[in-house]
Write a protein that binds this ligand. Structure first.
Ligand code: ADP
Ligand code: MG
Length: 257
């Protein structure tokens, strides 16, 4: 079972934003999507999560077309963190995370336990009674991550579960970047398919089973980190002259621009 983009193309305002994208996100694996600004990464995430309909092609979630899924079942199966989630109400962190429990009928007591554990997991318990509108960028990001984790907290009966994250580490300090990586790799070990857009190539290399390199609306390369993070490809796609070495401890690629 997988989350699959089948030959997706998208034309918007006369531009080819996505061109013939074929991609399969496997359960139990971490797939990282990297690429320059404007490459189409967030647009692909919006198509994968059903926010935008592609001009052609389609998305399959566990072998069933996305638009055939009843919304509540889909929400329990796939949880999505957009790049920009605007929330201007003075909700506390606990209230924001409890939004992730809306599709569930598990009762207030159980939901409160899950909200507490989800906040704990992202090191945001201290924010539980604070207003979302008054938090720092990194705090907001962790609370939103807790919300999407709470949405797929329990195993469900509709097949494999997927977590779709658009730049979850963008505003985080180093230790919270590492924490996020740990949270998503632990989830993958439990069988969840994780796909995340991430700018830091070294962070991607440290946690991803697969890296997908996006460039101008197409997939420029896909494969394991050491296959994809090579000097020629990264140099060409990002317009830099990188130095790439092996991490002395892990052996994973390390990219210096
Ligand atoms: P990334 O997330 O890789 O930085 P995006 O997916 O946000 O890039 O955007 C890809 C390209 O599509 C950009 O050039 C952006 O300007 C363009 N784009 C996004 N949404 C629209 C839209 N609604 N109409 C026209 N162009 C759009
Ligand atoms: Mg983006």
């Amino acid at each position: 079972m997988a989350l699959v983009a089948e030959n997706i193309s998208l034309y918007l305002s006369g531009f080819n934003i996505l061109r013939n994208i074929n991609l399969s996100i496997s359960a139990g694996k971490v797939t990282a999507i990297v690429g320059p600004n404007g490459a189409g990464k967030s647009t692909l995430i919006k198509v994968l999560s059903g926010d935008i309909l592609p001009t052609s092609g389609g998305v399959l979630l566990n072998d069933k077309k996305l638009d055939r899924w009843p919304l509540e079942q889909r929400a329990k199966t796939m949880s999505v963190l957009p790049q920009h989630s605007s929330l201007d109400f003075p909700f506390t962190a606990s209230e924001v995370v409890s939004l992730g429990r809306i599709p569930h009928q598990t009762g207030v007591q159980k939901d409160n336990e899950i909200v507490k554990e989800a906040l704990d997991l992202v090191d945001a318990s201290y924010l539980k009674s604070r207003f979302f509108t008054q938090m720092s960028g990194g705090e907001k990001q962790r609370v939103q991550l807790a919300r999407v984790l709470a949405q797929i907290w329990e195993k469900e009966v509709y097949g494999e579960q997927f977590l779709v994250l658009d730049e979850p580490t963008a505003s985080l300090d180093l230790s919270h970047q590492m924490l996020t990586v740990k949270v998503v790799t632990d989830l993958a070990k439990q069988g969840v398919g994780v796909v995340m857009v991430i700018h830091d190539l070294n962070l991607a290399a440290s946690c991803a089973d697969h890296i997908v390199v996006f460039d101008k609306g197409i997939i420029a390369a896909t494969g394991q980190p050491d296959q994809v993070l090579n000097q020629e490809l990264i140099g060409k796609v990002f317009g830099i002259n990188p130095v790439i070495i092996s991490h002395p401890n892990t052996g994973k690629p390390l990219v210096f621009s």
